[in-house]
Design a protein around this ligand. Structure first.
Ligand code: NDP
Length: 404
């Protein structure tokens, strides 16, 4: 297995010259990706200026971060959190706003780079809003690509905004995908740790609790994606994400379970070469790559020690025990509105599981039943606008809620 750097899409030599600070906004600053991003910002004083920081409702943490990183504006999506944010930032000179429209408006303030790290469909509108006013959008919010990929990518093309994938698998593929040689690529492979239930017998999955599912063996992440990793829905969403990002047909995309989470993504070429990106399972590596792109900057992440690991193993995913994966694959093949419906139903189901309202296996059931209604409706077309995506997402949420 060779490691390589793609000279078309990849970075330059990283020569360190004095540069003006890069203006950065972080959507979802209080989350796992947001905090990892700020960790990297703190490690390079003077390299970034923070324009906007946003959160859902955690006013206390957002205010602390806004002060610490001298943000120009701090925004909470939940209007009920406005008063606390305003009071905590009184006298600091930092602008304060609240509501989903205010989050989108903050995303649309001019920047060099935006980190899109809101969880769920809620990230779509701000990510779209950011495109017109930033040079680079680092996209962690995979739900944007799943729910409205064609719409989002076409808006990015029109705006001339570079999309950099933050998801470790897609970031890996970005680094080894030779865009100029796309017709010589025979397969794009994303790896999966397998999650906490990799070896759990099917009969025991019904009794999986919230606490068990939140204990991911390799990655430290927010609750929604951690549950998605336990059901393998995350891998299904990532397949759709890869399908949107890279010009490969559905049949050339595959998933490989790799419990060590060291190899993140691979691209197979027709000449027999298989190129991969390897690293420790730490999101600061792909986030740092995006923040530095097209350079490569030194990193504080501990280097990968292959001899200490010794053995890397690979196996096919078990689609029988993890039905969310084939459900996502079917939605990807079906296309049009199916991935948007899949995503919405999954968000509803995961929220209900986290709230203790449904069991672990019900997540796949709710998604399957909701997608089944799509057949009843005779199919739905690909959302062509934010309004259409929002309508379809809302429709699917209603059906999924009824299935709970
Ligand atoms: P978290 O749950 O840790 O953080 C989510 C962030 O979004 C928080 O800042 C949260 O604010 C904010 N938020 C929640 N709801 C809303 C809303 N309705 N409107 C505006 N903001 C909102 O998630 P992660 O950081 O784990 O994941 C973020 C995204 O990145 C997801 O799409 C995930 O799939 C993707 N991703 C994450 C990885 C990871 O390692 N965590 C890896 C690869 C991709 P508050 O704190 O106030 O709730």
């Amino acid at each position: 297995m060779a490691m390589t750097v793609n000279m078309q899409a990849g970075p330059g030599t990283g020569a360190s010259v004095m540069q003006a600070p890069r203006r950065l906004s972080i959507l979802g600053a209080t989350g796992s990706i947001g905090l990892n991003t700020l960790d990297l910002v703190a490690a390079e004083p003077g390299r970034f200026e923070i324009e906007a920081l946003t959160a859902g409702r955690n006013a206390r943490e957002l205010a602390d971060l806004a002060i610490r990183f001298s943000a120009r504006i701090a925004v909470v999506a939940d209007p009920a959190a406005y008063a606390e944010l305003r009071d905590r930032l009184a006298g600091t000179g930092i602008e304060v706003a609240a509501g989903p429209e205010a989050v989108a408006a903050a995303a649309a303030r001019p920047t060099d780079i935006v980190m899109s790290a809101i969880v769920g469909f809620a990230g779509l509108a701000p990510s779209l809003a950011a495109l017109a006013a930033t040079g680079t959008l680092a996209l962690a919010n995979k739900e944007t690509l799943v729910s409205a990929g064609p719409l989002f990518l076409s808006a990015a093309r029109q705006a001339g905004t570079r999309i950099l994938p933050v998801d470790s698998e897609h970031n890996a593929i970005f680094q080894v995908f030779e865009a100029g040689n796309a017709d010589t690529i025979s397969e794009v492979i994303i790896t999966a740790s397998g999650g906490p239930f990799l070896r759990t017998p099917k009969a025991d999955l019904a009794s999986v609790t919230r606490e068990m599912a939140l204990r991911h063996p390799k990655w430290s992440m927010g609750p929604k994606i951690t549950i998605d990793s336990a059901t393998l829905m995350n891998k299904g969403l990532e397949l759709i994400e890869a399908y949107r990002l890279y010009p490969v047909s559905v049949d050339r995309l595959s998933v490989l379970v790799h419990p060590q989470s060291v190899v993140h993504g691979l691209v197979r070429y027709k000449d027999g070469s298989l190129l991969a990106e390897l690293g420790v399972p730490d999101m600061r590596t792909p986030i740092g790559y995006c923040l530095a792109w097209p350079e490569r900057r030194p990193s504080a992440v501990k280097p990968l020690d292959l001899s200490a690991i010794g053995t890397l193993t690979f196996e096919p995913p078990d689609r029988d025990r993890f039905p969310c994966l084939p459900l996502a694959e079917a939605a990807m093949r079906r296309g049009e509105g199916a991935p948007c419906v899949l995503n919405a139903a999954n968000e509803v189901a995961v929220e209900a599981f986290l709230a203790g309202r449904i069991g672990f296996l019900d997540i796949a059931r709710v998604v399957e039943e909701t997608l089944g209604k799509l057949d009843g409706e005779g199919g739905l077309s690909e959302p062509a606008s934010l309004a259409e995506a929002t309508e379809l997402d809302g429709w699917a949420r209603k059906i999924a809620s009824a299935c709970l």
